[in-house]
Design a binder for this molecule. Structure first.
Ligand code: F6R
Ligand code: MG
Ligand code: MG
Length: 381
């Protein structure tokens, strides 16, 4: 059986009426380029969606991860969509396309990518997470709960294929180093590292069963580190394989039943609580947030995507399951809002704002410089 690769590539290239949602013609422009890529046999299938002001392209193909043709296709699609955005003068048109020309792969150019290659199982259900107003470390708490917490994920206790646990590949996003650690044996070390969300994030999770292979993949690109200044937030995506040796769908969604504090809300400088929501309702309008998290489900069939539509429907026209749309998530949204309202009362004082080195907007250095002569020494004993 051939190996199949799933690539989820995202970028914020502009929105209508503030940082809210891309214009429908921008989505159409993405689709046109991808249809062309399909016609040229570059990809097997695709789906285009969005969360808040970020656009996502899901592609299946046989070219492996970090492939220049695949990344080039996504780049061209974002360039075309940003040309539409510029014509419409939507806000922040072309924002995440930091370089003028494509080179090799999307890394370092602005967009984020989560990709995985695997041998397709008899049925291959995938969950695609998409977040706005936050950073890659936002997935640390949910992925730890899904793949390393036996009090949450029953499969870790009672499914023989999961009982040995999972391996976590962790990235140091500042020094560009990686390490792979094994859970449960090294769980305390994993937690000690991931506790620092300013530097560390999970990149991939692997099953210890080699036949199953990769379990999850996260986009870990940090926009401000690439650009050297704030241009927008990373707004990361994550793919998780579900069922049959991997966590059940319910175990994958379960961590979102509890409040998850994430960095990156309002001007990339505030902490907030994830707001699990449908794609349609993910427009961030409450203090530019709260950080929306969407989860959609599709499965892979013979290297192509399949959702709720007729199997013979046109390529790219998929109808995924939108997991957070259902009313059972209403009380979770209410709980999230209760906490978000509470943290907003703290204004721009920590912990409502991020640590100084993580603030995407700040005036503190200028203010301290301006006032430096008015600071006087306090005598110490
Ligand atoms: C953008 C975002 C927003 C902006 C804020 C200021 O995705 O998270 O909170 O940072 O609206 O945006 P500018 O500086 O573009 O006016
Ligand atoms: Mg934005
Ligand atoms: Mg965004």
């Amino acid at each position: 059986m051939a190996q199949i690769t799933v690539s989820l590539i995202k970028a914020d290239i502009g929105s209508v009426g503030g940082h809210t949602r891309p214009h429908p013609s921008m989505m159409e422009a993405l689709k046109d380029v991808l249809r062309d890529g399909y016609a040229k046999n570059i990809i097997n299938d695709f789906y285009v969606t969005r969360v808040g002001d970020d656009m996502q392209i899901i592609m299946t193909h046989n070219k492996g991860i970090d492939n220049s043709e695949i990344h080039g296709l996504a780049w061209n699609a974002f360039v075309e969509a940003s040309n539409v955005a510029k014509k419409l003068k939507v806000y922040a048109a072309g924002q995440d396309l930091l370089k003028d020309a494509f080179s090799g792969n999307i890394r370092g150019l602005g967009p984020g990518a989560a990709e995985m290659t695997f041998e397709e199982r008899r049925s291959e259900p995938l969950v695609f997470f998409m977040a706005d107003k936050t950073a890659p470390s936002a997935y640390s708490v949910p992925l730890l709960n899904i793949f390393a917490n036996p009090f949450k994920t029953a499969g870790l206790v009672i499914d023989p294929r999961m009982h040995d646990g999972f391996k976590f590949q962790i990235f140091d996003l500042i020094d560009h180093k990686e390490i792979t650690l094994s859970s449960p044996e090294e769980l305390n070390d994993i937690l000690a590292i991931l506790g620092d969300t300013t530097r560390f994030a999970i990149k991939r999770v692997f099953s210890k069963n080699e036949e199953l292979g990769i379990a999850a993949s996260v986009s870990t690109e940090r926009l401000n580190l690439i650009a050297g200044k704030y241009v927008g937030k990373d707004d990361p995506v994550c793919i998780v394989r579900a069922q049959s040796g991997f966590p059940a769908l319910g175990e994958i969604l379960q961590p979102f039943m509890e409040p998850i504090f994430v960095p990156g809300w309002m001007r990339g400088s505030h902490n907030g609580v994830f707001y699990p929501v449908s794609v349609e309702e993910s427009d961030p309008t409450y203090f530019d947030g709260p950080p929306p998290i969407c989860a959609i489900g599709l499965h892979v069939v013979n290297g192509k995507l399949q959702g709720l539509e007729d199997p013979s429907s046109e390529v790219g026209e998929h109808i995924p399951v939108d997991y957070f749309k259902f009313p059972c998530w209403n009380h979770i949204r209410e709980e999230s809002m209760r906490l978000n309202v509470a943290i907003r009362k703290q204004g721009s004082i920590m912990p409502a704002i991020l640590p100084p080195e993580e603030m995407e907007y700040t005036t503190r250095p200028q203010v301290l410089e301006k006032l430096k002569d008015r600071f006087t020494k306090i005598p110490q004993k």
